[in-house]
Design a protein around this ligand. Structure first.
Ligand SMILES: *Cc1c(COP(=O)(O)O)cnc(C)c1O
Length: 384
């Protein structure tokens, strides 16, 4: 039995439902952020992140900073790009617009390669764009949370390494790390950035990054200083290295309670093979997508190869808007999110299926949500 008060299952694409033990580890007594017990915990968190991202390269570097997923964009823009440099942002929805806007904030020129809603830029288009101009960085949103579109990273990264070998491959994995396969070393990725509250299943408040040795070299070769103070790797790199080596170190106070929660969630995730975790998310996702199709509904991501495994973006039937169904779903004990993609926000809803709602067999969340969706649509007059 859960120790949490009864509440509707939060099935939005982050924050997600949290495990009891993760929440309980946040009520840890106060510790010094430079004392040995906390530094040991932080060290274990950094070592666990290497496993989660599937990197054993000694020069890859994890970062954990207080902040949300968005701070990952700022870290990339302020540390890996210099004002006036060019970056290519692959666009599969809302989050690419924001990442591009973040680059522009730091004086970096962002060119977007856009796909139609529900699709992602194709490899031949990316190849053409890379041949037309030299880009310091290419960014891709692994799962765009506004559309539920999954990008393919392996072939994309191979293409970038072949056509434009100096371009850094940066992945926004905020809605994918922990539910989609990511092989940091094997796929030649330079940065994967994420946040604590999505598939990792830890409360919001941590910006988590894995950075390749190659990207750290690019950072060190900057001609100008990083364009952020709090987010500067000049400040954080020695701290992260010291923490991992279990040496006390200080630049800015971390959140010991959140680090404890992250320690617990990572320990839980890594207690089973990652392949099993990805397979569980895929199986739950297939079941949900089949139920959606059986209801006669369409997904934004129409091609199976473009469909995320940790969320589903579902077009509502003609004439039914999110405010018609979301309250009725809530009454049935599930919370979904409304649309986010500006052009079609009133036409669809989003169902997040990540973390304990998928992996904990004692939770009825997914079945409850499928039933609730069916019944809520019938209530507002929909006939499949
Ligand atoms: C949620 C999300 C973000 C932003 O993360 P915050 O924690 O809300 O700052 C960025 N990118 C993607 C793909 C996301 O899903």
């Amino acid at each position: 039995m859960s120790s949490q008060p009864p509440h509707p299952a939060l099935l939005i694409p982050g924050p997600i439902e949290f495990d009891d033990a993760v929440l309980q580890s946040m009520s840890h007594f106060s510790e010094s952020h430079v004392g040995a017990p906390f530094v040991n915990t932080f060290s274990e968190v950094l070592a666990s992140l290497r496993k989660l991202f599937q990197t054993t390269a000694p020069d890859s570097q994890p970062f954990v900073l207080s902040g949300s997923g968005t701070l990952g964009w700022d870290q990339v823009a302020a540390n890996l790009a210099e004002p006036g440099e060019e970056v290519l942002v692959l666009h599969a929805g809302y989050f690419a617009d924001s990442f591009a806007d973040c680059f522009e904030t730091y004086g970096v020129k962002a060119t977007q390669l856009k796909a139609a809603i529900g699709d992602r830029p194709q490899l031949d288009e990316v190849e053409k764009a890379l041949k037309e101009r030299k880009y310091k960085i290419l960014t891709v949103t692994h799962v765009d949370t506004s559309t539920g579109v999954l990008s393919e990273l392996k072939e994309l990264s191979e293409l970038v390494h072949r056509v434009s070998p100096e371009t850094l491959v940066v992945v926004d994995g905020v809605c994918s790390v922990g539910c989609e396969e990511i092989r940091f070393d094997d796929w030649g990725l330079d940065v994967v950035l994420t946040a604590s509250q999505k598939a990792i299943g830890c409360p919001a408040g941590l910006s988590i990054l894995m950075v390749s040795g190659r990207a750290i070299e690019v950072f060190k070769a900057r001609k100008t200083r990083p364009t952020s103070y709090f987010g500067s790797w000049k400040n954080w790199l020695p701290i992260m290295q010291n923490y991992e080596a279990k040496k006390p170190s200080y630049f800015a106070t971390p959140s010991p309670q959140l680090i404890h929660a992250l320690h617990t969630s990572l320990t839980q995730i890594l207690s089973r093979p990652l392949e099993q975790r990805f397979a569980d998310h895929k199986a739950a996702s297939q079941k949900i997508k089949k139920a959606v199709a059986d209801l006669g509904l369409k997904q934004l991501a129409s091609k199976p190869e473009n469909q995320a495994n940790g969320m589903t973006a579902i077009y509502l039937p003609e004439g039914i808007a999110p405010p018609d169904v979301l309250p009725s779903l809530a009454k049935k004990g599930v919370i979904f999110a409304g649309g986010l993609h500006k052009e079609i926000a009133t036409k669809y809803i989003r169902f997040g299926h990540m973390g304990v709602s998928v992996t904990d067999p004692s939770r009825p969340d997914i079945n409850t949500a499928i039933e609730a969706l069916k019944n809520s649509l019938v209530e507002v007059g929909y006939k499949a």
